[in-house]
Design a protein around this ligand. Structure first.
Ligand code: PMP
Length: 278
């Protein structure tokens, strides 16, 4: 917390922190497997972009930030899980007008979690479509996650795994992951980058892996109808990697089991990300 290692039971920040009062903060989550960081450089680049979009100063030089991640992993003996980082505008008297003198803050912690042997990779996820009622700059990874959290909780209350968010009849993304479908021709589609969705790091890696293996993949809008007709569907995120979606709004996707292209993309992503982990 702001340069000091603290026990999680006592770690604290100011009640005037603008991250707490205004969600004036951005975050990153990088997966850890075998004690190594997955896709770290891309996460660090996206953090810089999020900070720049909100004109929050970089908390420290890039090399130090990587070193901090490594220290967190080693101090906590983390083998598999994630590193969560939150960079906030900092504490200032509560005022809608941003105080340029607020000193930016940084919080970092680890969470142990099974990443590789996720049982959902075998069974797949059941999801429901819900309206996307988030703000208009979803390309910035802010901590303003209330609607996503409410939507996913609602889905889980109904015995499902996640919510797929829909705006003007088009799918944006899942509550905390990007969505991809495989059409009747075996082509992967994922919505193009815009202010409507997060530029997922795993999404980017999966697209480049598909290109490298001559697996057809396109960035093109996905309507709710196209999702309903899809042969396969999957989500991507740092801590879920690639997970199959096998049911949407009570109807099976394809034959209701994880499809071959989804399984292949998960295998390829795991192989590639472990090879490049640092
Ligand atoms: N979309 C949203 C809304 C998310 O919260 C996340 C994960 N934080 C993603 C997509 C996936 O991004 P990444 O692959 O970088 O984890």
């Amino acid at each position: 917390v702001n340069g000091v290692w603290q026990d999680e039971g006592v770690a604290s920040i100011s009640v005037f922190d603008r991250g707490f009062l205004f969600a004036d903060a951005v975050y990153e989550v990088a997966a850890v497997v075998g004690g190594k960081l997955i896709d770290y450089e891309a996460h660090a680049r996206r953090l810089s972009r999020s900070l720049k979009e909100l004109a929050i100063a970089e908390p420290m030089p890039a090399a130090e930030l990587l070193e901090l991640h490594r220290q967190a992993v080693s101090r906590n003996g983390l083998e598999e899980g994630l590193v969560y980082l939150q960079a906030t505008r900092g504490a200032a008297d509560r005022d809608f007008v941003i105080d340029p003198n607020a000193a930016p803050g940084l919080v970092l912690f680890t969470q142990a979690k099974t990443v590789l042997a996720n049982p959902k990779a075998q069974t797949g996820l059941k999801v429901k479509c819900m309206p996307d009622r988030r703000w208009g700059r979803r390309d910035i990874k802010t901590v303003q996650l209330l609607y996503s959290s409410l939507a996913k909780s609602q889905a889980v209350r109904e015995g499902l795994d996640d919510a797929i968010l829909v705006e003007d009849g088009m799918v944006t993304e899942a509550s905390s992951a990007n969505l991809h479908i495989v059409d009747e021709e075996g082509v992967i589609h994922t919505p193009p980058l815009s202010e409507a969705l997060l530029p997922g790091i795993t999404r980017g890696s999966v697209l480049s892996i598909a290109r490298d293996h001559a697996i057809p993949a396109r960035e093109s809008p996905i309507s709710v109808e196209a999702l309903g007709r899809a042969r396969e569907a999957f989500i991507t995120s740092a801590t879920s990697f690639v997970l199959p979606v096998v049911e949407v709004d009570g109807r099976a996707v394809g034959d209701g089991r994880p499809g071959p292209i989804t399984r292949r993309m998960r295998e390829l992503y795991i192989a590639s990300s472990l090879r490049t982990a640092i």
